[in-house]
Design a protein around this ligand. Structure first.
Ligand SMILES: Cc1ncc(COP(=O)(O)O)c(C=O)c1O
Length: 385
């Protein structure tokens, strides 16, 4: 094909030999080692029963929870024990909001109308606890002017829950000034990194962000229900959410009736953590670490720039930023019968998806080829009416 060294990873992802897999911003290809991971979980359960929660040598289910959280943390520059695992972003958003007192003058949640629906719905519900929503509107349904967000953040702002890369358009938000402004006025930032982690390099420590939340099913090639929350280490001792549970306790297996929070980010754990699911997430995390974010990003910019160029040449509408510096890993391509064409593309073995207002989302990863990108453009040209 080419001498692209990243293509050697294709054999780790069996689906790539059967399909043109270009939907990595929604669900990354499954690493073949997921079979081994899930078998390992079942073997522990079958062989050792309840003892599998914790082995003397630190390899039980709870130990693997901590190690897996630290592994995904290392992809985003988080120090050990500043990240914990949970089920989904919706619950984690609710948890972070439950740690904030919205009864006083500082009761605003500032964000924009391009956020994912899970955090948006949760924020809307927080009106019942006194939160006032301030929603900045996007003019073009691609990005949101950072200045408008900065102007909206003031002394009344409690928290700014914002996406790093927007799911609708792949707009890569310039989050550093937002974090700096929030801190200047005493507000916190909850950064949703679900659409950036594994394709855009970033470092939560360098960003100095308060909280970061994300999951596994997209660019880090993991299975569902392994989401995670990063808490900036200096905030951990005072992080006291109302939404809590037995695993958040400093001594969960003592079953004390008084609550003493865990010393690390695991105080955010609530109840039983996502044990089964973590074994479907680790193989992907390992591969992303080995490939490395600089190489992944370089290739992503190359393939998405090629897609933008070819889509525009063909006369399609591109609903993603043209500037690669402001674009994540996805290109949204639209035309009159795009929704119908997307069903036919799937029938023909091209795995993509369609979002109303965005179009067909094409999101190549490090294991995709330029030939696959050319092939999908050719198919769209054929299917366009
Ligand atoms: C930016 C972003 N946040 C969060 C989610 C998922 O939220 P949840 O974990 O609540 O399903 C998605 C998509 O699945 C997303 O694109």
């Amino acid at each position: 094909m080419t001498n692209d060294p990243l293509l050697k990873w294709r054999e780790e992802f069996p689906i790539l030999s059967r399909k043109t897999y270009l939907i990595n911003n929604s669900l990354g290809a499954m690493p073949r080692k997921v079979y081994e991971g899930l078998k390992h979980f079942a073997d522990m359960w079958n062989e050792d029963g309840v003892v599998a929660w914790h082995y003397e040598d630190g390899t039980g289910w709870l130990d693997d929870c901590e190690k897996t959280a630290d592994l995904i943390g290392s992809v985003m520059g988080a120090p050990p024990r500043s990240v914990m695992l949970h089920l989904n972003v919706a619950t984690l958003t609710a948890q972070v909001l439950s740690s904030i007192d919205f009864s006083g003058k500082r009761n605003r949640i500032v964000y924009d109308d391009m956020q994912f629906t899970s955090p948006h719905y949760v924020c809307q519900q927080w009106a019942r606890y006194g939160a006032e929503l301030h929603l900045v509107k996007s003019h073009d349904r691609i990005g949101v002017d950072v200045q408008q967000l900065l102007d909206a953040i003031d002394e009344r702002t409690a928290i700014v829950p914002i996406s790093h890369v927007y799911f609708r358009s792949a707009y890569l938000q310039d989050v550093q000034p937002i974090i700096d402004k929030a801190h200047k006025v005493g507000a916190k930032v909850l950064l949703d990194v679900y659409q950036s982690i594994g394709t855009v390099p970033f470092d939560v420590t360098q960003l100095n962000v308060d909280f970061a939340v994300g999951g596994s099913v997209k660019w880090v090639c993991g299975g569902p229900n392994v989401c995670y929350l990063y808490i900036r280490p200096d905030l951990i001792p005072t992080y006291q959410p109302a939404l809590t549970g037995w695993i958040s306790h400093a001594r969960p297996f003592k079953f004390e009736m008084d609550f003493t929070p865990h010393k690390t980010a695991w105080r955010a754990a609530t109840g039983t953590p996502p044990v089964v699911a973590l074994y479907s997430a680790r193989p992907g995390y390992d591969i992303i670490k080995q490939v490395g974010l600089p190489a992944i990003r370089e290739k992503s910019v190359r393939l998405t720039s090629h897609l933008v160029e070819k889509a525009l040449e063909a006369g399609f509408t591109v609903n993603s930023p043209r500037d690669p510096a402001r674009r994540g890993g996805t290109v949204c391509i639209d035309f009159a019968n795009a929704e119908e064409a997307h069903n036919e593309l799937i029938r023909r073995g091209f795995v993509i998806d369609y979002r109303p207002g965005g179009g067909i989302r094409v999101s190549p990863h490090f294991y995709n080829t330029i030939d696959e990108c050319n092939a999908i453009i050719a198919q769209m040209k054929e299917l366009r009416r």
